[in-house]
Every structure is written in C-alpha cells, then in structure tokens.
Write a protein that binds this ligand. Sequence first.
Ligand code: NAD
Length: 429
Amino acid sequence: MSARGAFNPFEMARAQFDRIAELIGLDEAARELLRNPMREYHFNIPVRMDDGKVKVFRGFRVQHNDARGPGKGGIRFHPQETIDTVRALSMWMTWKCAVVDIPLGGSKGGVVCDPHHLSAREQEAICRGWIRQIARNIGPVQDVPAPDVMTNPQHMLWMLDEYETLLGGHFPGQITGKPVGMGGSLGRTQATGYGVIYTLREALNELGLSPGETTASFQGFGNVAQYAIALYHELGGRTLCVSCWDHRDQTSYSFRKPGGIDLEELRSITDRFGGIDKDKAEKLGYERLPGDAWLEQDVSVLIPAALEHQIHAENVHRIRPSVKVVAEGANGPTTPEADQVLVERRIFQVPDFLANAGGVTCSYFEQVQCNTNYYWDQDEVLDKLDRKMTAAYHAVSDLARERKLPMRDAAYFVAVNRVAAACRARGWI
Ligand code: NAD
C-alpha cells in the first residue's frame, strides 16, 4: 500500500486521542479543545522559477496547542504534503513535547513541493516566501519552526534571515535546527536518531536483552535512520536491512547484507535526501529487494524511520516472530489496527512521539542556548539529551507496568494528562 493514498493521518491522530480521552475519562471541553488545532494557516507562496515563470506553492502552518509553551514543530517539503498530514503532525508534536516534559506546545508546517526538482535558489525563495506569509503568526515566544522531511539547516537559516530582515533584529531562538556556528546546537543532527536508540536501549534492557545480541531492520536511510544506526552499531547492534525511496524510479527499495550493512559505505553512495544509489549498492554486494521487504526480515528490532502509515492492517502479519521491539523513528508509522495486532503479539513498542522526541528536545536545548547566547559542547548536549530521553522513557514504562497498559497508551496517558492540566491551570477549560 502506498504511504499516503486514501489514508488520512489526522483521522488516525484523532482516533488515537479519542481512545485515550476515553481511557483517562477526559471531560467534554478538554476533548473538544484537544482534538482540534487551536489555529491553522493556509497560504500561497509565489516563486519566480529559474526559467523566469512564476510558480505558486501551497504552504501551511498548524498550531495545535500552546498551553505548555510556544508551539514547536518542523516544516516539511513534500510533493504529497496535505493539511491533514500537517494537522496530525502538529497534534503529535503537542504530545511529544509533553511526554519529554519540555515547556513547549505543538505545531507543524509544510510546503507542497519536491526539492529534488528545485534549484538551491528556488528552494531559498520558497523558504523566504514561507516566512513572509507567516511571520506575524510565529515568533520565539509564539511558535518556533525547525527542519523535518526534506528540509535542512540551510533552509532554516534562510528562513531565519528572512524573519530577522522583516523584524529588524537578531532572533536566533525563532528557528531551531540552524547550522552550528549560526546559532545551531551541536548534537542537533544526531539528536533524533540517537534519541530513538537511547529509548531502544532502555526497552531492550527491560526485556533482558543487550543491544549486542540484537539485529535491526530500518525503513528509511535519512537523518533519523543514519544516526540511529550509528549509535545502535556503537552499542553493538547489527543492521541487516535498510530501505529508501528512489526518486528516479519513483518507488522504494530495501537493501540487505547478511552480515550487516556498513554504515559509512552506504552513506558514501546516498544522496542528501537519504536515497541510496541502487546500482552502486548492488556492486558493493547489497541485495536489492522490494521497498517493503525491510518489514519482513528475521531481526529482533524494526525501526520505521521514513513516513507515516507504513505498518498497517494489510502488512502487519508479515512481521516475523523474531521481532521483539518496534521503535518508531518516524511519526505515525503504525496504524491503530496494526498497533492492536502488535499488542496482541506482545511485540514491545516504543511509540513515535516518545522514541523520536530527541530532535525536539535538542531543539529546546538550542533555544535555551540561543536565549543565553552561550553554547554547550557536544558531550554536554548529548549527555543532557540522554538523561531527558531516559527519564521520559521510564516515566512512561513505569506507568505502563503499573496500569498494565501498552507503551503507546501509557505515553498518551502521560502526555494528554500534562497538556489537559496546563489548559485547566490556565482556565481554558
Ligand atoms: P529524511 O528526509 O532525512 O529521510 C527520509 C528517508 O525515508 C529517506 O531515506 C527516504 O529515501 C526514505 N523514504 C521516503 N519514502 C519512503 C518509502 N516509501 N519507503 C522507504 N523509504 C522511504 O527524513 P528524516 O528527518 O530522517 O525523518 C524521517 C521520519 O522521522 C519522518 O517521519 C519525520 O517526520 C520523522 N522525524 C524526524 C525528525 C528529525 O529531527 N529529522 C524528528 C522527529 C521525527
């Protein structure tokens, strides 16, 4: 099944929320407030292309909830971006910031575009156009963007420069994920992938396993997957399979090496969007398989780190009995139906908004450093990140054990309760 198709991620995010609202007995007003975004913006971004013609791109920013602090969330560039994807992601950001207990709310943005087919100048024009449309509705104390799928530190710096030009001043805390040396934090590039592995390490420990006796298969080979693989290998794990999107063939492939993939070797034949050169991979001895083969490997750990809606009712049964843990690097990779099957099969899950919260946690550290104008060294950042992620993991897993809840329900329980409490404390409900 395609990653998107008729699937509506916002319906899924709401279904997850409704289930938890019922479980924790949330009152009607809180349900109404939290199942809808507080605000959303839709706008056009006209850009003069390199051929002289003007093309109009569609942009979005959705602010789901800011009761716990300024909204926080990435901006995605994707040809199939939809407002419902952005709505779902903004809601998940609210839960993510709450579950790691950082004083931020949830937002998300996007532009319908494919950077594969845009020059650097055109991408810069989209970044600056996006800011011009939304500048009055975001800000360091309102809503703070960051990179996400197909956006990077350079895009963030163009956006910040446009924002600072419009407002006349320096506001480095306005956008995170900036290049190091330009207000960015050391460790931000690694943060999401490392965070996935910090939580996986704790999960394996609870299951009585050490990373060294496990193997993994990843969907995706972009920022999150590459740094997760790096730390997982450092801890002794072996990755047998990775998959990626091939934009030339407009399909996905998986690449497998029985003894395990060599991260540096694969990185050297991967483009900046996480696409592996299939011909070079085959020459290096990788077996090329269909895109969804990553899911049906004989491994102990599955890490979806590409897109939402990748483990669903039609393919969940293909997951092998060897799999003990699914650690979700991507946002919303498992549908509620597949989730139920994984729970029944007692496959331990580290849910997305806990597992991949390393990025936003480090973004928060970046804001703190920008606000004090004093920058920490990498060890300090990663040490703080590990402590924050590990504490968040145990708050969720303790509750899961105490109340006999699956990990996803326990994570929602913690997060939704914290956000509802903030809304109540402010007198909103
Ligand atoms: P990225 O653009 O760097 O990489 C995405 C990877 O997914 C690429 O390797 C791409 O080829 C692959 N991919 C795309 N479509 C695919 C498909 N149909 N099948 C297989 N592979 C496919 O993105 P990223 O930053 O690594 O983000 C990955 C996921 O993690 C997204 O869901 C994103 O929302 C989530 N996430 C990212 C961050 C972050 O800090 N980067 C933080 C939290 C969550």
